[in-house]
Ligand binder design. Structure first.
Ligand code: MV4
Length: 446
């Protein structure tokens, strides 16, 4: 692999660029007009403007991205996360042009991208799923299934995921309307009205397993707890989770079994819910590198993006599962340009004063620089602050210290830093009493 085109922006474009440079791979960064002064553009070997600020005309603009790859002579494309990262048609077109797609195969994406199909495959692979149905054929079927399962139930869009197109239903009276509305919303949002039903797991932990495959074998790189989220936007993640070892073991084995069952290639994440009795259920798989991958890198000492490059270059994974070691505890906080005092509404601005923390066990993944103007067209992530220490209490203390040092100020700029300081001081968080309703129940969120 001689030259990679990075089809993304912000901190993940910088993250990919860093590993490419260490591998001696030339970098081409595509960018919108709004990102012409971004750090990845400034650091790349080549930069190609692919369109106006709006994502549809730039980072989602397949013809322009493919043209940039051909014109620059890139022999690989890394999609990062979001945008085209899980777009099977894009991955197919990249391969059709003889360019390596650094990520899973289009088949992996098609199979696992449909949430009802992913459930079916999980069942075939003997992986526990939440009691529920495949795609609903009728409202009648929904009623019978809900009777069988017991209320509350949750309706989910097959083409949804990440919390989009979900609806909790508490009684049979509301079920019919809910099914019809969910189908309408799914058709409007995803062009696919298929919905399925699951028993609603009250107060679960949201735990996800990192895997990496080379098409022959799959390794797990342990798990992450992502329960601290607001409206399905993760805010703080940590590795490992706080589950008892026998539950963790089952979860990790299930994840590898499912990924091997589909011949999974590259990095991927299997999401599970774990109830208060320690029962774990597969709910969906993300066929991409994720924002929170650094906490896994910190407890294993591995470079996941590097592993993706090597797999995409045709190298079989050299590591065996027993070589994958886990040490200590890592925590990541997402620093967004949002105002926690104003219901997390966007609060962007120019970065006037910027001081990142450092010292032992502290990592900053951010594209910010002093004077950088945060463009309003994209997500609000300014950067991720990640810490590692020998155990969770020490990691919490280190994160509090790192946040204390961080200075990120500018006219009109507000960030989620004060929110994270409160979470780290919260007694329930400190003793690990963390479930998906943590923000709503413990932080007065919604
Ligand atoms: C669930 C659930 C409870 N029961 N499924 C699916 C997508 C993922 N990002 C969150 N999802 C959930 N699926 C069943 N059967 C709880 C969640 C969930 C959640 C749901 C509503 C509001 C906030 C949530 C935060 C994390 C997990």
């Amino acid at each position: 692999m001689k030259k990679v085109l990075i089809a993304n922006r912000g901190e993940i474009a910088l993250r990919i660029l860093r590993t490419a440079r260490e591998l001696g791979v030339k970098t081409v960064v595509v960018h919108s007009e709004a990102d012409a002064e971004s750090l990845p553009v400034l650091l790349a070997d080549e930069a190609i403007c692919i369109g106006p600020p709006s994502p549809a005309e730039s980072y989602l603009n397949i013809p322009n991205i493919l043209s940039a790859a051909i014109v620059s002579g890139a022999d690989a494309i890394h999609p990062g996360y979001g945008f085209l990262a899980e777009n099977a048609a894009f991955a197919e077109m990249v391969a059709d042009h003889g360019i390596a797609f650094i990520g899973p195969t289009p088949e992996n994406m098609k199979l696992l991208g449909d949430k009802a199909t992913a459930r079916k495959i999980a069942r075939e692979a003997g992986v526990p799923v939440v009691p529920g149905t495949d795609e609903l054929a009728s409202v009648e079927e929904a009623k019978e299934a809900a009777q069988e399962i017991g209320y509350p139930v949750i309706l989910k869009a097959s083409a949804g995921g990440g919390g989009r197109g979900m609806r909790v239903v508490h009684t049979e009276e509301e079920l019919e309307r809910a099914v019809l509305q969910a189908q309408e919303e799914a058709r409007a949002a995803f062009g696919n009205p298929a919905v399925y039903i699951e028993k609603y797991i009250e107060e679960p932990k949201h735990v996800e397993v990192q895997v990496i495959g080379d098409g022959k074998k799959v390794l797990h790189l342990f798990e992450r707890d992502c329960s601290i989220q607001r409206r399905h936007q993760k805010l703080l993640e940590e590795a490992p989770s706080l589950l008892p070892d026998e539950v963790r073991k089952g979860l990790l084995q299930s994840a590898v079994r499912l990924a091997e069952h589909v011949g999974y290639v590259s990095a991927g994440t299997l999401e599970f819910l774990v109830d208060r009795e320690g029962n774990y259920y597969f709910i969906e798989m993300n066929t991409r590198i994720q924002v929170e991958h650094p906490v896994t890198e910190m407890i294993t000492g591995l470079d996941l993006i590097r592993m993706q490059f090597l797999v995409a270059g045709g190298e079989p994974l050299k590591l065996r599962q027993k070589d994958v070691e886990q040490r200590g505890h890592a925590i990541e906080v997402r620093i967004n340009a949002e105002d926690p005092e104003k219901n997390f509404r966007p609060a962007i601005g120019q970065i006037e004063t910027l001081h990142w923390p450092g010292g032992p066990g502290v990592r900053v993944d951010s594209h910010l620089y002093a004077g950088y103007k945060v463009p309003p067209y994209y997500d609000s992530l300014l950067g991720k602050l990640i810490v590692w220490d020998e155990d969770r209490p020490r990691a919490i203390q280190r994160m509090r210290r790192a946040l204390f040092e961080t200075v990120l100020e500018g006219p009109g700029l507000r960030t989620t830093i004060p929110f994270h300081k409160k979470v780290l001081d919260n007694a329930f968080f400190r003793r690990g009493a963390v479930y998906t309703n943590f923000v709503a129940r413990r932080m007065g969120g919604d």
